[in-house]
Ligand binder design. Structure first.
Ligand code: NIG
Ligand code: FE
Length: 424
């Protein structure tokens, strides 16, 4: 015994390290490198991973204040969910019922429902209500094995309500054991008061909201708040998207973009051109733009819960993106309109069936590549020495089960920075 650790997780039947490649994502055909280790242990101290290796050797090497027996089960990095709209009030159950009966998402949006319906409910909610609703969803994510969550604003669409949403994300990042990553999505929809003059809202975004968010970020979130735009028919066109993202970039904000969810407007090419950190949705992306993203460092974030939630049959052409060499990640897109799902295990179930990812590819897309999609691949997403000790002990023996099974929670224990934060 040469050292005393905070925690030693022993008797791991199958450990998935899911290594970063050159400190970054697993690109293209290289996706799915799980770095499998049988009969393993993880040594943890000060919230970080000290060593991973054979259980018998690590048990001999280290004394630990706490020893956790994984009982021969699977251990993976905690999931990173790199695209959520988790801060909202109310619900849209009635719209769902109408959609199932044949109304389309775009029709409901054009009638003032959809995103603007949730904007009304979110603006009307008290801070306590919004905080409680968001906290409950984040804790549900944690209990299903997610340890880092990107959280977008976008249901305020006024400077003050958007800043209030950022404050809520910041407060819950402090309060909860999850790491949260804030994104400003003031360009989520044209709010009703600007319905007749969308360009005036774009001007407000550029002249008032973005500078206010950049100033807030300097005081509260020095790492930088992302700026995202919903580039879509009925939301922001390509030219408006370019203006908003360029203004954000000039303020030093890193970029994300919702592209090609329903109609291809050229947003994927723009994301690659501007060096966005991620391009998300990418369902109807044309071949030449797939190639452009494949050559870029922009992560491609697929959100299979969205077509599933809408009852659509078209999903991200993930295999085409991998052939093009892209850094492919997956996320829940958790939101009250298209997909209210807090569980990344279900994303893996969909990604294997509808994106045709292998179970190993899906797991890497939900961990190391998802970390890349929020610029955190240096800290989370893999179980390598020096990284945060964010891991999940599952109640299944092998990684395939995470995609193979669905509908019930397979997480037994979630560990965040070396602390047990959920036990099922
Ligand atoms: O990613 N596409 C835009 N935003 C969400 C939907 C949000 C909503 O309908 O409330 C999405 O699908
Ligand atoms: Fe989204």
């Amino acid at each position: 015994m040469d050292e005393t650790l905070d925690l030693l997780v022993t008797n791991i039947g199958q450990l998935c390290i899911v290594p970063a490649h050159d400190g970054g994502p697993q690109r293209g055909a290289a996706l799915g490198d799980l770095g499998l280790l049988p009969d393993a242990a993880v040594a943890i101290h000060g919230g970080e991973i000290v060593e991973v290796g054979p259980s018998t050797r690590l048990e001999r090497t280290y004394a630990a204040r706490t020893v956790l027996d994984a009982q021969g089960m699977l251990v993976t990095p905690g999931f990173v969910d790199p695209h959520t709209h988790v801060v909202w009030a109310g619900d849209r159950a009635d719209e769902f019922e109408r959609r199932i009966a044949g109304a389309t998402y775009q029709q409901i949006m054009a009638e003032g429902g959809g995103i603007n319906r949730t904007v009304r409910e979110t603006r009307a909610a008290s801070r306590a209500t919004l905080l409680a609703a968001t906290r409950a969803r984040l804790l549900s994510m944690l209990s299903h094995g997610t340890t880092t969550v990107e959280c977008k604003t976008g249901y305020g669409l006024q400077t003050q309500t958007e800043l209030a949403m950022l404050e809520i994300i910041c407060a819950l990042d402090d309060e909860l054991p999850l790491d949260l990553v804030p994104t400003f999505l003031g360009a989520h929809a044209i709010p009703p008061e600007y319905a007749d003059d969308p360009d005036a809202y774009v001007a407000l975004l550029i002249d008032e909201m973005l500078p206010a968010v950049a100033a807030w970020s300097a005081g509260h979130w020095p790492e930088g708040v992302f700026c995202d735009v919903f580039c879509e028919m009925g939301a922001f066109d390509l030219e408006q998207t370019r203006r908003i993202l360029s203004a954000a970039q000039a303020l030093g904000m890193p970029l994300k973009v919702h592209v090609d969810e329903f109609e291809p407007l050229g947003g994927a090419r723009l994301a690659a051109e501007l060096g966005a950190v991620s391009a998300d949705h990418v369902v109807v992306t044309p071949d030449d733009e797939i190639e452009a993203l494949g050559r870029s460092n922009t992560a491609v974030v697929s959100l299979p819960c969205t077509p599933f939630g809408l009852g659509h049959s078209r999903y991200t052409p993930a295999r085409r993106f991998l052939e093009a060499g892209a850094a492919l990640a997956v996320a829940t897109d958790c939101n009250p309109g298209t997909g209210w799902n807090e569980n990344m295990q279900f994303v893996l179930a969909l990604a294997t069936r509808y994106l045709r990812l292998t179970p190993a590819e899906a797991l890497a897309a939900a961990t190391i590549n998802a970390a890349w999609a929020v610029r955190r691949a240096d800290r989370v997403g893999s179980l390598e020495p020096g990284k945060q000790a964010d891991l999940v002990i599952w109640r299944v023996p092998a990684y395939q089960h995470l995609s193979y099974r669905f509908g019930s929670n397979l997480a037994r224990m979630v560990i965040k920075r070396g602390q047990v934060v959920y036990e099922g």
